[in-house]
Design a protein around this ligand. Structure first.
Ligand code: CA
Length: 227
């Protein structure tokens, strides 16, 4: 899960970054509404955590503007303001969820996962592709019932392909989900992750569409067919 964190408080932000990374998330952190606007237009993310009191403006105004522009990325407002009118205003402005500081990290992560699932049209926390099962909340992957250990980026790549439900994703779209803005991406890094996915899972899990990108392949063959 690729999270855009819009938060000007360094202490809150660094704690969240560390915690979310432990929960298999890729986190990009920005401090202002201006940086947030640039980030969302430069790369796709799965979900936004938005603070309301930002140095150059109000998070609510930013959200309002995004929704008017058709930015559909789920947004979770994270704020110390606990007045009911703020909460109503946030939901009216197009927020998908609302969490008050101080918060429990586990609860926040569960809510983020729920938002991403909802956006992808899924209501359950386990994604099944035949005998390939992914539990995004825990980061666990099972093939024919056996656990498979994937790196954080391999898992993010697999989730991205599954969420696209067979649609072809370009290299740029896939890279957007895997790396933060500040991480320089080696040109062959994506190929390396895809190589590992095929090796750890099965050859056809990722199908190359030459000149276009990649898509999720057919589900794994039954265990009996492999033996
Ligand atoms: Ca703030």
């Amino acid at each position: 899960m690729h999270v855009l964190l819009v938060e000007d408080d360094d202490l809150v932000a660094s704690g969240l970054e560390a915690g979310l990374t432990l929960h298999h998330c890729t986190v990009d952190r920005v401090r202002t509404t201006r940086e947030a606007r640039a980030a969302i237009s430069q790369f796709g993310c799965d979900v936004v955590i938005l603070d309301l009191g930002l140095p150059d403006g109000d998070g609510m105004g930013l959200l309002d503007r995004w929704r008017q522009q058709g930015v559909a990325t789920p947004v979770l407002i994270l704020t110390a303001r606990d007045a009911v009118p703020d909460r109503v205003r946030g939901l009216e402005a197009g927020a998908d969820d609302y969490v008050l500081k101080p918060f429990e990290l586990d609860e926040l992560v569960a809510r983020l996962n729920a938002l991403v699932r909802r956006a992808a049209g899924r209501a359950v926390s386990e994604v099944c592709h035949g005998e390939l099962k992914v539990q995004p909340d825990s980061g666990q992957v099972f093939l024919h019932g056996n656990p498979v250990t994937l790196s954080r980026r391999e898992l993010a790549l697999l989730e991205k392909l599954i969420n696209a439900r067979g649609a072809v994703l370009s290299e740029d779209q896939l890279k957007d989900g895997l790396y933060g803005m500040d991480t320089s991406v080696e040109s062959n890094a994506l190929n390396v992750h895809i190589y590992h996915l095929r090796r750890k899972l099965y050859r056809d899990v990722v199908v190359t569409e030459r000149g276009l990108g990649y898509r999720l392949g057919p589900p794994p063959e039954s265990a009996g067919a492999n033996s």
